[in-house]
Design a protein around this ligand. Structure first.
Ligand code: ZN
Length: 507
């Protein structure tokens, strides 16, 4: 046979579309070419494959070796095609003869070769395994031993761990079996679930604690405003600890994103991510992209919390970029040759000072200065926060206050409230579509007139009204009520007052 076809995978966003690695040998002057839009990484693969074959005791075929990576329009970075190319060359040149029970078409291969023939781990092992399990569940995935454990987390998929090129050829020819990738052996080295700090550390601030619980219970976006030291970040850091645990499917998705970022530790634990990028962060770091490309903060926070401290200090373009993922739960990144998209369904929690000096007792800022400071956050972004909560400065007496309720207790209420929402509508209240709000959030006549007054007073858009109704639904659900009554709606309206009036009342 002078032609061989080996299956591999490219990576596009969180997906890993199939790639056919075709190897053709022909007589002629020695020439080794790889076609199919390869970038530098793939061109370097030529040298690695040649050396790995020779150093593993095989003969690099004389004559013309042509490798085609198809389809041609997929972006194929990284050395993960080394292994399928080398196996293709061995098959095409007759140096490897498959065992009848181990035909190459049953396998998907990915791995970067070192010059000695050893296999180095590839990025995106988990996204590749997820994609293979989806589209070719019967296929056997061969990965480098260093990253095969990640792939083995996907239920139902057979993943074999290969130390080097020779071990793969021995396996395919019916000799010594490659071992199944072991998730457990690796897991023992991984840290336990990080324990989130407990809400009992937060003394006082009953209104803000309540807002945090409502935000957690319905998946709503929260903006905290208060002077430095009022406990905004302390509160925000405790949100993941009261959110429901990730389902197995969600945990895999979160781990796959962490895996693309090369964060092996984060890829292993099953808790909700908490990302707190600095206000100096760049648009690329926030949205994702760059060479690679890599997911940004909005995707690393997927199914978890994105916390932006000192919100007005973030670059305008960084803040404006948040609008797309907040609306759609995904982010599109335009690249030179293609567009990739990553999931980015995060819960946004932000904190800001009430004024440029930080506020507090010694503030001398004028109302104009305060207004200018707040206006750094555009109306459309501000509109996307469901709850605006002011946190008053605490006087020295707070030390004498009793410890707050523990996260464990709050998390129980949040979980039963979420279960209620899932049973009723299959999603959290924050995800309710505008079309379903009317039927799921009915108001009595008195509540309707209360809402109308608030709409007129603060000139709320339809979007703002929908957000108020979703929050009111959550407040009623926390009480286990199917009807939204006046007190539930009043609380939801209170969370949406403009911050200027909230500050006045809060301090
Ligand atoms: Zn001030």
């Amino acid at each position: 046979m002078s032609l061989a076809i080996v299956a591999s995978r490219a990576v596009a966003g969180l997906d890993a579309p199939p790639v056919r690695v075709e190897v053709h040998l022909a007589p002629g002057l020695p020439l080794f070419t790889i076609v199919g839009l390869p970038d530098t990484g793939v061109r370097e693969s030529r040298e690695r494959v040649r050396a790995a074959l020779v150093n593993s005791g095989y003969v690099f075929p004389p004559g013309r070796v042509t490798v085609n990576l198809a389809p041609a329009d997929l972006h194929k970075e990284s050395g993960r095609f080394d292994l399928p190319i080398a196996i293709g060359i061995l098959l095409a040149s007759g140096q490897l003869v498959e065992h009848p029970d181990r035909r190459i078409e049953h396998f998907v291969l990915a791995g970067e070769l070192s010059l000695t023939g050893a296999l180095s781990p590839v990025a995106a092992a988990l996204p590749i395994a997820l994609a293979v399990a989806r589209s070719q569940p019967a296929a056997i995935l061969i990965l480098p031993a260093g990253c095969a454990a990640q792939g083995s987390r996907v239920p139902g998929l057979t993943v074999l761990a290969a130390p080097d090129l020779a071990a793969v050829t021995v396996h395919l020819s019916g000799g010594l079996n490659l071992p199944h990738a072991q998730m457990m052996s690796c897991r023992s080295e991984m840290p336990d679930q990080p324990a989130w700090p407990c809400l009992s550390d937060v003394r006082g601030q009953p209104a803000a604690r309540r807002a945090l619980e409502v935000a957690a219970a319905g998946g709503h976006h929260l903006l905290l405003s208060g002077a430095p030291g009022s406990g905004k970040s302390m509160l925000a850091q405790r949100l993941p600890g009261i959110l429901p645990r990730l389902s197995a499917e969600e945990a895999l998705e979160v781990a796959a994103i962490a895996c693309l970022q090369g964060d092996e530790r984060a890829a292993w634990d099953a808790c909700r991510p908490f990302r707190a990028p600095h206000h100096g962060t760049t648009p690329v770091a926030m949205a994702g992209g760059g060479a690679g490309p890599r997911p940004g903060e909005v995707s690393l926070a997927h199914r978890g919390v994105l916390f932006l401290d000192e919100l007005p200090e973030f670059r305008r373009e960084v803040l404006e970029m948040l609008r797309e993922p907040l609306e759609t739960g995904t982010i599109q990144i335009a690249r030179a040759r293609a567009k990739v998209s990553y999931p980015a369904a995060f819960q946004l929690v932000a904190a800001m000072n009430p004024c440029p000096c930080g506020g507090g007792l010694h503030c001398l800022c004028t109302p104009e200065q305060r207004q200018r400071y707040r206006s750094r956050i555009s109306g459309p972004l501000l509109d996307r926060f469901d709850l605006l909560q002011a946190m008053p400065s605490q006087d020295a007496e707070w030390l004498a206050l009793p410890a707050g309720e523990a996260s464990r207790c709050v998390a129980e209420r949040v979980l039963s409230c979420r279960n209620r929402q899932t049973a009723r509508q299959g999603c959290s209240n924050a995800m309710l579509s505008a079309g379903r709000i009317e039927s799921l959030c009915p108001l009595q006549a008195s509540a309707q007139s209360m809402l109308r007054q608030a709409m007129q007073r603060w000139r709320w858009s339809a979007r703002a009204v929908h957000r108020v109704l979703r929050v009111a639904r959550t407040v009623a659900d926390l009480e286990g009520r199917s009807q939204i009554d006046d007190t539930h709606l009043a609380e939801a309206i209170r969370y949406r007052r403009p911050l200027a009036s909230a500050d006045a009342i809060g301090s």
